[in-house]
Write a protein that binds this ligand. Sequence first.
Ligand code: GUN
Length: 295
Amino acid sequence: MLIIDGKKVSLDLKNELKTSVESCHASTGKVPGLTVIIVGHDPASQVYVRNKAKTCKEIGMISTVIEMAADTTEKHLIDTIHELNNDPTVHGILVQQPLPKQIDEFAVTLAIDPSKDVDGFHPENLGRLVMGHLDKCFVSCTPYGILELLGRYNIETRGKHCVVVGRSNIVGKPMANLMLQKLEATNCTVTICHSATKNIPFYTQQADILIAAIGKAGFITADMVKPGAVVIDVGINRIEDASTKSGYRLVGDVDYEGVSAVASAMTPVPGGVGPMTIAMLLKNTLQSFQRINGL
Ligand code: GUN
């Protein structure tokens, strides 16, 4: 069984991005900048934001983190986004989700200039993705990272049956729509399963490429997987484990032990899809810089 090593690919990608950032600086005298807004004190969000800022700096980009109090109003957040939309030193804007209850996440997404929406959450970017105009849009980072992994591992996709389990706006929907496109690393027959799907194993057993984005530890078991399938695990679930220092460990949506005996290739958790997400965010930020500067 082939282990699809997202950690290694993300390191390769970050090295490539670092070189590109250097050449952008040499030709324009400017560097790409990413601004991340975090509202409140959600510990998981704080870890994600810290990692994004650290990786940005590693590859030579400008990273700015704006921290806002948990009781920030939607108006204040949107006013700040409008300022960033008009700031020429900012090429990417990301508002970390989830947001506190008083703020409408969709209104915030709509406020971000689509040309700086490096998360790819704005309906204009998602719409362009659905319509196949990938050269002019931002693809949300997790699906984009999975596409990159499939491409770099030369996974055959044309005419294959891809089953996506999960229908979130961030992963499931853009992922399924990407795999549907008539591109080199896509061109699949696509099925989407979700919480109301009757008999999920009936579908997953037919998948040549199975993408699990459910958010439930070990949901996909060996009996649900066709022998020889390629299995991509998007899940990051904390489960209690008294044998570790922190008292927990991270596991995916796929039962790794069982499924690795059936699949032909698979992403581990951690070290699979996760490290690719930040790398693709930086790739999107670089792309934004290149578009804005006509490179
Ligand atoms: N929260 C969890 N994942 C993400 C992400 O990719 N982008 C944003 N903005 N928030 C998130």
